[in-house]
Design a protein around this ligand. Structure first.
Ligand SMILES: Cc1cc2nc3c(=O)[nH]c(=O)nc-3n(C[C@H](O)[C@H](O)[C@H](O)COP(=O)(O)O)c2cc1C
Ligand SMILES: C=C(O[C@@H]1CC(C(=O)O)=C[C@@H](OP(=O)(O)O)[C@H]1O)C(=O)O
Length: 388
């Protein structure tokens, strides 16, 4: 299974193509739209989300709600394009009016400067438009289809916010997806601990007032993932490595950890390894889960626990120093309309890319031309593991 996305932030639309979704998968479009709405939400978002109302159109590979096994083609309109149609016109040449939104004072923390140097763009809008996290809307749509595939194999997962700036949610980390879901939907921060909500709202408000921005930490839990996905045989077959790459591939991610992650490095081995247990009914299991469900690059049957560290949003309304590309004068960086924090939408995006990687490894591991055959193969495999 693989996918590709195309489209600029203020262009007409985002486009996505996924190859390798099994024929017979039931796809609920409403569920995709709910995921897209969740990605648009969250406290600290900027004004762009007042314009957008993301809805997916499936224009290939689906018939009567059932995947055909052919490539799925997806589009999401950029409503804001209506205000940018001249500036982002794919065909007509640039006019004086179009140059008004040129970007020539690269923003620190963005792809602007290096993207311009590498691709020889003089208008850094040519970089900005694609490096924007607007593209993550399409990864969420694709992720939602992958999540539906996983759900139909009884695998559940969820992403939520663990920390915003220095304020942390509950450290009592549940691994039950249903329980997490109930708790995080109670607030607009997707955080487990409602005690912290007011403090975080104040932090975001004050940060916005100061022209500054915030990052945070996201946690994803996936449960009922069968043991043995991925492999210890070669470095590039390790599933934890693939997940780390997918997570780091999301805009603004600066760190990824599996299980206890960096904290494990400080502790004794006896505090980090997860003792093995077995019983007749359930087969093999562990007494703890510090290693976040991975040993030797393979899932070990325990819930997967993945953390992602997001840097603060790079565009600052109180802009930092930059250099004007043309005049070489010291000037303040360009300011584009921006979020104060995007940790909430990012938690949906990270959940989505984890779903994509899990769907990929499952469809690559098992015969997956058809969904019912895949379901049977996974059920038989689970039984075999239990009986080992
Ligand atoms: C959901 C989401 C929304 C984002 N919104 C903004 C934003 O409004 N303004 C901004 O400057 N960066 C935003 N970012 C971050 C930038 O896209 C990202 O930092 C930039 O493309 C540079 O890439 P890098 O941080 O991965 O190096 C957002 C990221 C995500 C995941
Ligand atoms: C458009 C989205 O996020 C955008 C991501 C983004 C960036 O630089 O990454 C910058 C902002 O773009 P704009 O200047 O058009 O408001 C965000 O709004 C979105 O998430 O749908």
């Amino acid at each position: 299974m693989y996918f590709l996305t195309a489209g600029e932030s203020h262009g007409p639309q985002l486009t996505g193509i996924i190859e390798g979704i099994p024929a017979g998968l039931k796809i609920n479009v409403e569920q995709i739209n709910l995921a897209l709405a969740a990605r648009q939400g969250g406290y600290g978002r900027g004004n762009r989300q007042k314009i957008e109302h993301d809805q997916v159109q499936i224009v290939g590979g689906l018939r009567h709600g059932i995947a055909l096994g052919s490539p799925l083609a997806l589009t999401i309109k950029n409503r804001d394009h209506a205000h940018w149609s001249k500036i982002m016109d794919p065909i007509s040449p640039e006019t004086a009016e179009n140059t008004l939104r040129r970007v020539d004072r690269p923003r620190p923390g963005h792809a602007d400067l290096v993207g311009g140097m590498k691709y020889r763009h003089q208008d850094l809008r040519n970089v900005l438009e694609r490096s924007s996290a607007r593209e993550t809307a399409m990864r969420v749509a694709i992720g939602s289809i992958c999540k539906q595939l996983l759900n139909q194999l009884d695998i559940n997962l969820i992403g939520y916010v663990q920390k915003i700036g220095k304020i942390e949610g509950s450290k009592d980390f549940p691994t039950n997806v249903e329980q997490i879901e109930k708790k995080i939907t109670q607030n607009d921060l997707r955080i487990l601990d409602t005690q912290q909500v007011t403090a975080i709202h104040e932090l975001i408000d004050n940060t916005k007032r100061d022209g500054n921005t915030l990052g945070g930490i996201i946690r994803v839990v996936a449960e009922n993932v069968p043991a043995g996905l991925g492999s210890y045989i070669s470095w590039d077959t390790k599933l934890d490595a693939k997940l780390a790459a997918a997570v780091m591939g999301v805009n603004a991610m600066k760190g990824v950890a599996i299980g206890d992650g960096f904290t494990a490095a400080e502790n004794f081995g006896s505090e980090v390894m997860d003792p093995i247990t077995w019983n007749e009914g359930n087969g093999w299991s562990r007494l703890s889960n510090h290693l976040g469900g991975f040993e030797g690059g393979m899932t070990n049957g325990m819930p997967l626990i993945i953390q992602a560290a997001m840097k603060p949003i790079p565009t600052l309304y109180k802009a930092l120093q930059s250099i004007n590309l043309k005049t070489r004068e010291v000037q303040k960086a360009n300011v584009e309309r921006s979020d104060t924090t995007a940790i909430v939408p990012a938690s949906i995006v990270i959940e989505s890319v984890v779903a994509i990687e899990l769907a990929k490894i499952i469809t690559d591991t098992f015969e997956s031309s058809n969904m019912s055959r895949l379901q049977k193969e996974v059920t038989d495999y689970r039984q075999e593991l239990k009986e080992y």
